[in-house]
Design a binder for this molecule. Sequence first.
Ligand code: SAH
Ligand code: SF4
Ligand code: F3S
Length: 492
Amino acid sequence: MNKNTAVFESEEFREMLSAARDMNEPPQQDGSLRQAWFINRARELVSEKEQELGRKLTSCVVTFGCQMNERDSEKLRGILKLAGYEESETEDADFVLYNTCTVRENANVRVYGRLGSLSAQRRKNPGMIIALCGCMMQEKDVVERIRTDYRYVRLVFGTHNLHRFAELLVASLMSESPVIDVVDKDDSIVENLPAERTYSFKSGVNIMFGCNNFCSYCIVPYVRGREKSREPKEIVREIEQLADDGVVEVMLLGQNVNSYGKGLENPMSFAGLLQEIEKIDKIQRIRFMTSHPKDLSDDLIEVMAHSKKICRHLHLPVQSGSSRLLKIMNRHYTKESYLDLVDRLRKAMPDLSLTTDIIVGFPGETEEDFLETMDIVRRVEYDSAFTFIYSRRTGTPAASMEDQVSEEVIRDRFDRLLKEVQRLGRQKSSRFEGQVMPVLVEERNRQLVDHMTGRTAHNLVVHFPGDDDLIGRIVDVRLNEARGFYYMGERV
Ligand code: SAH
Ligand code: SF4
Ligand code: F3S
């Protein structure tokens, strides 16, 4: 894996760090200048500890959940690094932070399991700080359980105050007792914070936060709050800086990117934002996720079809093929309108790759409903699909619905669906066999010696002979042989 270990901070933030160096001056009320002050303060505290121990301090951030969390973790790592921590690959570190997810129950179970094993680690290193943040922490019963059963956790914060991490870090470094700071709402967007990017050549970019859709099974709107879009000029500025720093591919992130811009003072559509980003010279590929089918506009199809940079791949979660269930899920589209949308997309872009998310076992799902899902999967021909077993999330409308489907029935349907999406996906994703395509080279292949791994614009993985110096470059590769979900190829 090609890891870029340098922290990426903007020129502005660098200036803030030096402007906020005087610890005798109080920190600013809010914003990034305030965080810069706390980063400097954390650096002092870390360096005192280092002198005491006679060694460097280390930190480790572990991410659960989606690409939003991945991106948040890059920001958390950036701050830890500026505070003086060295990054550790393992959780045998002085500061261990779990950035958690709660979209399905198994995500929570994994966090509790790993927290248990961390406690042994802590016995070896009593100065160790164990910290938790992210979506799970926005749930009151989780925080209560941490308070009572996991008393060795020293810092807890949620999704709304992640931009105040530097400040919370200082609080935990100075306090003997746990620091727990979870707020229900915070409308501020703090721009310009640094990030430690995982890849040098591609980066996620938040374009909006939160979600307003309240799909009846989903916890995200409760733990991430209401939708808010970043100003287009801030997004463009961030991407320009990333491009100057070597990034060629950006992934625009939001729970529902198609409703981007609605609450802005000067509203701008997602299609409009894409056109602005397209103008940034050094950016060669633009991706985005996630697209809610109900808000996907004809303008967007038009912009995508004419774009030289927007990748021909759309992640378009369908959730179910049953119009009856889609209504109860509060998705605001039907099987027919979804299929119609797919038709329009394919007419405009015949080679488009489509991927999706599907939930099996939503309350009240009958065999007929399930067969509708099987049918839509066959008709759309996805390149791949993420299939999930419905998970009951306390507080969502679906959790209190009657007719929860039995585990046995769900298992059987899940297995049938998985088989079908895999069979169809294999078929569909092999459609480019024999063609030459531009591939962004991402990393050295871990199994095949002398091979590199990259992705086509359609998001298909290709392995081909090559050297490390190709990493981050877009090169032409012939897709010689389709092997299930990936290709074996050669450079031309
Ligand atoms: N905003 C994105 C999805 C974010 S959550 C969208 O609307 O498409 C990612 C996926 O997790 C969802 O698409 C859904 O398929 C799945 N998911 C969400 N809540 C779930 C639940 N309670 N049980 C099972 N899967 C769920
Ligand atoms: Fe959840 Fe629906 Fe929002 Fe996606 S759009 S995050 S599934 S509520
Ligand atoms: Fe999970 Fe939060 Fe993402 S609940 S899926 S990490 S928005």
